[in-house]
Design a binder for this molecule. Structure first.
Ligand SMILES: [Zn+2]
Length: 227
């Protein structure tokens, strides 16, 4: 088959689904042309000349029902991540301004070598590509400030109401206060679990913005060292 995007034949089948009820099959294909990698689907069915063909009905894919608990977990992780990333980069811009490094950063002669969470402090390491000079900065207490802000954020509790179809009680809020950090750092279900990948976080517009600005790969390198 010719790829509808790049018009080359260099694609291969990645999955085949057969629906015996309809004597019908679908092939998922992926283009191999560099810079294309288009994914498309082809169908195969008996030619309409054969009168025995049943009317084609493409089976509906069942939509996964997401439990409120899961929805809430996903929302709060994205929310936390966007707060963290937003604050870390906002602070970086402030530091650059204070140290008259803004221009160099904009001209990209000053690059980010590392941004990480070091003993609870956010540590920044930047390098001047021309002089080789290293600039290091540290910000204290950013994470606890972020958590406080989130738990006082009206929008956060509005989302709670939307998901659980009820206002958060004082008890809910107290519980959230006690468990927020624990649930984030939980080794199995916390924010580090594999399912929370870049694609997941990029559903949040602010993260999407910073990831595109810094570059997905570099952004991910920073992200995994932030929490
Ligand atoms: Zn292609």
């Amino acid at each position: 088959m010719i790829c509808p995007k790049c018009n080359q034949k260099t694609n291969h089948v990645t999955n085949t689904k057969f629906f015996d009820e309809f004597n019908y099959l679908e092939r998922e294909r992926e283009c191999r042309t560099p810079n294309c990698f288009n994914k498309f689907i082809t169908y195969e069915q008996i030619s309409p000349g054969n009168k025995k063909i049943p009317k084609l009905k493409i089976p509906k894919v069942k939509k996964r029902k997401i439990e409120p608990r899961t929805q809430w977990q996903e929302f709060r992780f994205q929310y936390y991540a966007s707060y963290l990333v937003g604050n870390v980069f906002d602070q970086l811009l402030i530091l650059l301004k204070e140290n008259n490094l803004e221009e160099k950063f904009d001209e990209q002669t000053l690059g980010i070598l590392e941004i990480k969470n070091k003993d609870g402090e956010i540590y920044y390491k930047l390098e001047d590509d021309i002089s080789g000079e290293i600039h290091e900065f540290q910000i204290r207490g950013l994470k606890s400030k972020i958590i406080r802000s989130i738990l006082n954020d009206k929008e956060y509790w509005e989302k709670f109401k939307e998901i659980f179809k009820k206002d958060a009680s004082e008890e809910d809020k107290t519980k959230e206060n006690q468990q927020f950090l624990k649930s984030i750092v939980h080794p199995k279900t916390g924010i580090r679990s594999e399912k929370y990948d870049l694609e997941f976080f990029k559903k949040n517009p602010l993260i999407d913005y910073w990831s595109n600005k810094v570059g997905d790969k570099d952004f991910w390198q920073i992200w995994i060292k932030l929490h």
